[in-house]
Design a protein around this ligand. Structure first.
Ligand SMILES: [Zn+2]
Length: 191
């Protein structure tokens, strides 16, 4: 569970990023660093907009110790309000679910399939410990964190993820069924 290891600083950085997304309509993100004592803190390196994706084998090293994973936000509010033609209410925000292109249910804080396979590949390459956390500005108090399980990165699973990253046309939808059981899923309440 990463829930118990989140520092106040990480909590604040996640919350501020989601607020900033609401203001800018752009993705905001950073690395989640694992401290020597096992607690988790945000990296100093930040990203915004199109560049906001974890890349494998980047330098300089974003964390002083191990890289637990990556956090980023998804701007959704503006697009959703355009669709319904008015402001979204606080009540609606709490109960929102979407249906993605494959008809699967998704929430504001659910990572995309692309997010999941990308972080999975970074665990296959032992670059990170396999955690991706995402939050959407439609439900800014909640963060979804998916962590690849200890023995999930078999050669077969890693190969499948790499092929799908190149060939799948459904990267923007919710995570595909095959990969979900390979992750521990947590929802973190920032309130
Ligand atoms: Zn994403």
């Amino acid at each position: 569970m990463i829930k118990d290891k989140i520092t106040q600083g990480l909590r604040a950085a996640m919350f501020n990023s989601t607020k900033k997304t609401e203001d800018t309509n752009k993705e905001q993100g950073f690395f989640i660093c694992s401290n020597k004592d096992g607690t988790l803190a945000p990296s100093r390196i930040r990203c915004e907009g199109e560049t906001c994706q974890i890349k494998v084998s980047r330098s300089p090293k974003p964390c002083p110790g191990e890289i637990q994973g990556f956090f980023h936000t998804h701007p959704q509010k503006l697009g959703f309000e355009k669709k319904i033609g008015r402001n979204v209410t606080e009540e609606e925000k709490r109960h929102l679910t979407y249906t993605d292109s494959r008809g699967m249910e998704s929430t504001a804080q659910m990572p995309s399939y692309s997010d999941i396979i990308t972080i999975f590949i970074t665990k296959c390459e032992r670059y990170t410990n396999g955690t991706i956390c995402t939050a959407g500005d439609l439900e800014p108090d909640k963060v979804g964190c998916w962590t690849a399980k200890k023995d999930s990165t078999s050669h077969m699973n890693c190969a499948r993820a790499r092929v799908d990253k190149m060939l799948s046309r459904e990267l923007e939808g919710s995570p595909k069924k095959w990969i979900r059981p390979l992750f521990d899923i947590e929802t973190i309440d920032l309130k």
